[in-house]
Design a protein around this ligand. Structure first.
Ligand code: GDP
Ligand code: MG
Length: 161
C-alpha cells in the first residue's frame, strides 16, 4: 500500500534530513559522519491526500564496513523496486564521481533530482552540468534543514506518481 518513493544519493547529501523534513519529525539520525544511515527506514507520508511510502536509504558508496555494505546492498534493492526515486545532490560540494555513478543507474527510473543544501551554496552545480548528469529529469533546489522548496517537492511528487 502506498507507492514507494525511495531517497537515494551518496553519503552526507542530506537524505535522512529530507525524510525528517517530509515527515515533520526527527525520525532518522542525522550527523555529518558519512555512513550514519545503515538500515533502510520506511515511513508513510501523506502528500495531498495520497499516502506514499517514503524510504530513506544508506548512502551508496564503496565501503569495507560489513554492516554498511549490507545497507548499501539494501539501498540498491529498494531503489530497483521504487515507483519514484528522489536523487539527492549536495549544492555545497557540487557533483562528484560517486554522484555520476548513481546517476548512471537512474536512466530508466522515474526520478526527481534534488539539489539540497541550497542555503549554503547555489553556485556549484550549473544547469548544463546537471543536464549532462541526469538528462531531462526534473530537478528542484531545496534545503532539507532550512525547509526550502519542500512544498514544490510535494507538488512535483504528486505530478509524477
Ligand atoms: P545523509 O547521509 O544523506 O542521510 O545526510 P544527513 O541527512 O545525515 O545529513 C548530513 C549532514 O548534512 C548533516 O550534518 C546535516 O545537518 C546536513 N544537512 C542536511 N541537509 C542540509 C541542508 O539543507 N542545509 C545544510 N546547511 N545542511 C544540511
Ligand atoms: Mg542518512
Amino acid at each position: 500500500e502506498g507507492l514507494s518513493t525511495v531517497i537515494i544519493g551518496r553519503p552526507n547529501v542530506g537524505k535522512s534530513s529530507l525524510l525528517n523534513a517530509l515527515l515533520k519529525e526527527k525520525r532518522a539520525i542525522v550527523t555529518d559522519i558519512p555512513g550514519t544511515t545503515r538500515d533502510i527506514i520506511e515511513e508513510i507520508i501523506n502528500v495531498g491526500g495520497i499516502p506514499l511510502r517514503i524510504i530513506d536509504t544508506a548512502g551508496i558508496r564503496e565501503t569495507e564496513d560489513v554492516v554498511e555494505k549490507m545497507g548499501v546492498e539494501r539501498s540498491r534493492e529498494f531503489f530497483a523496486k521504487a515507483d519514484l526515486v528522489l536523487f539527492v545532490l549536495d549544492a555545497y560540494t557540487g557533483i562528484t564521481k560517486e554522484d555520476i555513478e548513481i546517476a548512471n543507474m537512474l536512466r530508466d527510473k522515474k526520478a526527481i533530482v534534488l539539489i539540497n543544501k541550497i542555503d549554503l551554496d547555489e553556485g556549484r552545480i550549473d544547469p548544463a552540468e546537471l543536464r549532462k548528469l541526469v538528462g531531462d529529469k526534473p530537478y528542484l533546489k531545496i534545503s532539507a534543514t532550512e525547509e526550502i522548496g519542500l512544498e514544490e517537492l510535494e507538488n512535483k511528487i504528486l505530478e509524477m506518481v
